[in-house]
Design a protein around this ligand. Structure first.
Ligand SMILES: [Zn+2]
Length: 416
């Protein structure tokens, strides 16, 4: 990935600070001040001033010296200060809500699960999240003043301007919930909100399987299906940050009926509810009750994934998902598709070989470069990690949109 260049104009000091932080973040072994000046294009004096400020604020730390060969004097290496600041990430999936405390590197310090959104009214869930976040801060003994903010990864569609969760198809009781404002009022933290799959893609970008890739798609498998798109090392949001709705890609005219009324969309073809029903149709599982809740379906799904006889059901689902993944890879010319989310750990062993084979052998770009299928290395908490990374991204970002503090800036301030 090409480094970002800075400017020496004092009126954009915040931008230069972000440029330095971004450069340090991408060099886990550390960078000297001389290297920082080379990478960012900033003057030695500017680098010296900014790094002193960042050291004072415990955003970076000195991490040993680099003894150069020849005449030069030893250079002090600078790294992010892992425990200088923290972020809280909240992932809301219909069947599980996860709250995680991340350090400045995006590593999980502690995490906890709380009430599922599908069975909890929004205000009650906000209270549960607030208590869970306070509990994490208290149990780890960190200073709450070092928490930069709270990120939420939620099912879309979202109104980013107002921080409102609109009408997620899988959360019928949630209609226009002002989640960002509610959580800001309850916790006191600056709050940033994004779609679950986009947050998960950000987690991969920061510290997952795709950390060295600039162009990839993250396919999120939870109660539903979504995608986070990354191009040139940045999330592709579309005009309202609602990009990535892949659920209605047509993959099999004989597939299950979708909520949109058509047959063959990929969304229902991978949904645990559909797969459990297909396994029950084949006599492999007890049939779920007509109004079975998401938790009950999730438990049946776990049992089903352990049944060797249910493997053909999973393989057919994987084949349908692979067709959608190949279409997305063709559309965006990515080098990898990363799969993860709460359902992935249970199906990955069956899905991954099928996804790998389809992407390697059927994508149009295969004559130019391989398209790889990867399983997320971040486990089922990838959404919560991504939510925390949203805070870090907003705090570190060099993108102009996140430096212009205003009512639409998701309330997350630039790094203090
Ligand atoms: Zn559909």
């Amino acid at each position: 990935m090409e480094g970002r260049r800075g400017t020496n104009l004092p009126r954009v000091a915040d931008f230069n600070q972000a440029v330095i932080l971004d450069a340090v973040r991408h060099a886990p072994d550390g960078l000297s001040r001389v290297e920082l000046a080379e990478v960012t294009g900033l003057s030695a004096q500017a680098v010296s001033n900014i790094t002193r400020r960042l050291l004072d604020r415990e955003l970076i730390r000195e991490a040993g010296t680099l003894v150069s060969v020849g005449r030069g004097k030893p250079r002090t290496l600078l790294q992010l200060h892992p425990t200088g600041h923290f972020a809280i990430g909240v992932h809301i999936d219909p069947t599980v809500t996860t709250v995680a405390l991340l350090d400045l590197l995006g590593e999980v310090v502690a995490s906890v699960r709380t009430l599922p959104a599908s069975a909890t009214p929004p205000r009650q869930l906000v209270t549960a999240i607030t208590e869970a976040a306070a509990g994490l801060v208290a149990s780890t003994g960190i200073d709450a003043g070092r928490v930069l903010g709270l990120g939420i990864a939620a099912p879309g569609p979202l109104d980013q301007g107002t921080g409102v969760v609109l009408e997620p198809p899988l959360l019928p009781a949630w209609t226009r919930v002002g989640l960002r404002e509610l959580l800001h009022e309850a916790t006191g933290y600056p709050v940033v909100l994004h779609k679950d799959a986009a947050a998960a893609a950000l987690a991969e970008l920061w510290r997952g399987s795709a950390a060295t890739l600039a162009d990839f798609v993250f396919v999120y498998l939870g109660t539903g299906l979504g995608a986070g798109l990354v191009s040139g090392g940045e999330l592709l949001g579309g005009s309202t940050d609602n990009a990535g709705e892949i659920g209605h890609l047509m993959v099999d005219t004989d597939g299950p009926v979708c909520g949109c009324g058509r047959r063959g969309c990929v969304g229902p073809a991978i949904m645990p509810r559909t797969l459990v029903t297909e396994a029950a149709d084949a006599g492999l599982l007890p049939r779920p009750a007509p109004g079975a809740g998401d938790r009950e379906i999730d438990e049946l799904f776990t049992a089903m994934c352990r049944l060797p006889a249910a493997r053909p059901v999973l393989e057919r689902s994987a084949t349908r998902l692979a067709r959608a993944a190949a279409a997305i890879a063709n559309l965006l010319d990515v080098r990898a598709v990363v799969f993860g989310g709460p359902a992935w750990d249970r199906v990955g062993h069956v899905y991954l070989p099928i996804l790998r084979d389809t992407l390697l052998t059927t994508t149009e770009a295969r004559h130019v470069h391989p398209v790889t299928a990867l399983g997320s290395a971040l486990g089922p908490d990838v959404g919560a990690i991504g939510a925390g990374c949203l805070v870090l991204e907003h705090s570190f970002s060099t993108r102009p949109s996140t430096l212009l503090l205003g009512p639409r800036d998701d309330q997350v301030a630039a790094v203090p």
